[in-house]
Design a protein around this ligand. Structure first.
Ligand code: TRP
Length: 375
């Protein structure tokens, strides 16, 4: 298995910011969202020109079936980078499932289903490394030295941790508080230097950079500072206009059949106005259907609204159902075929876990040498 077993070409500190200006280490620091945006186009161009210099790591918490929100939010971009030749690591962060809940649930099913969706979406498991968080001891061991590099105050300041803690309606667990640190361990243990993320995840990547930098300053150069590649994908609303989430019952699953999709869309809330217009504030239901139709056809919401015009909600729902079912027909067909082989997902994960363990053990060895804990 080729791609997974070697470290990627190291992006040295002097290379990691702008290549033309300020070739010193501090030019790598991206302190604000504005700075990241300004750098993002240049980074995207670098990746396009030299995919072989990059290793990406992204993934999901396996809390349920993957849906269109995951697909358009992150999976499509991951597939694009993977096809372009970027070394691709996908983590199924099973330990992260229990950051904000008591039980781990049907985690094995969710993990296996996610593997089928990744492969059906175009991630080639021969080239990419799909793995599970819990199966990589060396990754998890990095947590201890990494925890020493951050303060409690820094962890409490993280806006995503705060938002997720508030949304969970529960006391903040130690695992949720330290979530950006284990995410840093995921990224850095695998030697990834690029993390495609949405805006919400930028503080995590910033902390991963801080951890890499502090470790390198304290013990010697071991980690590349990973860079965030901002995904500009639009947020996919759930069918009721709220955030798409399985727990709201407003999510179109990638693995749903055409009939299940039709039934779900039929039940979606709309309004009594017959003429179809795109207006997310006043008409969340109608607009969510239009956005779903727009994303799946690659067209514009207003265009589709104008085309449906006085056809009303029923015509809009028919249009959206056909658009989703057509867009994902091939995905669902491949997925169904893969699912016939009950051992397929396990084989992919065994190989992915084997590869990532090899890399993470190598990383941990470098950490031990740097820290002088080799006995
Ligand atoms: N926290 C991410 C999510 O909820 C999943 C994840 C785990 C991740 N480790 C990561 C994403 C490292 C990017 C990099 O979707």
């Amino acid at each position: 298995m080729s791609a997974g077993c070697t470290q990627p070409a190291r992006i040295t500190l002097s290379q990691c910011g702008s290549r033309t200006a300020l070739p010193n280490s501090r030019s790598c620091t991206v302190n604000s969202f504005t700075a990241t945006l300004a750098r993002n186009d240049q980074l995207a161009a670098e990746v396009a020109a030299h995919p072989e210099l990059f290793r990406i790591l992204t993934g999901e918490r396996p809390t349920g079936a993957l849906h269109l929100g995951h697909y358009f939010g992150t999976i499509a971009e991951r597939v694009r980078l993977h096809r372009h030749g970027v070394d691709t690591f996908v983590i199924l962060a099973d330990y992260q499932v229990i950051t904000d809940r008591d039980g781990i649930g049907q985690v094995r099913d969710h993990v296996h289903n996610a593997v089928l969706d990744y492969v059906a979406a175009g991630i080639d498991p021969e080239q990419a490394t799909i793995f599970t968080h819990s199966a990589v001891p060396a990754l998890n061991q990095l947590m201890l030295p990494f925890l020493s590099l951050v303060t409690e105050a820094e962890l409490h300041r993280n806006p995503t941790v705060k938002a997720e803690a508030a949304a969970s309606g529960r006391a903040l667990s130690g695992l949720l508080l330290t979530y950006p640190v284990h995410q840093a361990a995921d990224i850095l243990s695998a030697g990834a230097n690029l993390v495609p993320v949405g805006k919400d995840n930028l503080p995590h990547i910033e902390l991963a950079r801080v951890i890499a930098r502090r470790f390198n300053d304290r013990y010697g150069e071991v980690f590349p500072e990973p860079r965030a590649l901002l995904t500009t994908a639009p947020e996919v609303p759930g069918l009721d206009g709220r955030k798409m989430s399985k727990s709201y019952g407003n999510a179109i699953g990638l693995s749903m059949t055409a009939d299940e999709t039709a039934a779900l869309i039929r039940r979606a809330p709309t309004d009594s106005q017959r003429h179809i217009t795109f207006d997310p504030q006043q008409r969340p239901g109608v607009s969510a259907l239009l956005t779903t139709a727009a994303l799946t056809t690659g067209r514009d919401e207003h265009d589709i609204a104008a085309e449906i015009g006085d056809g009303g909600a029923s015509a809009l729902k028919r249009f959206t159902t056909d658009a989703v079912n057509e867009r994902f027909a091939e995905h669902r067909r491949i997925r169904g075929e893969l699912a016939l082989d009950a051992d397929f997902a396990s084989r992919v994960l065994r190989e992915g876990n084997r590869r990532v363990n090899e890399i993470a053990e190598h990383t941990l060895e470098q950490v031990r040498y740097a820290m002088g804990t080799v006995y």
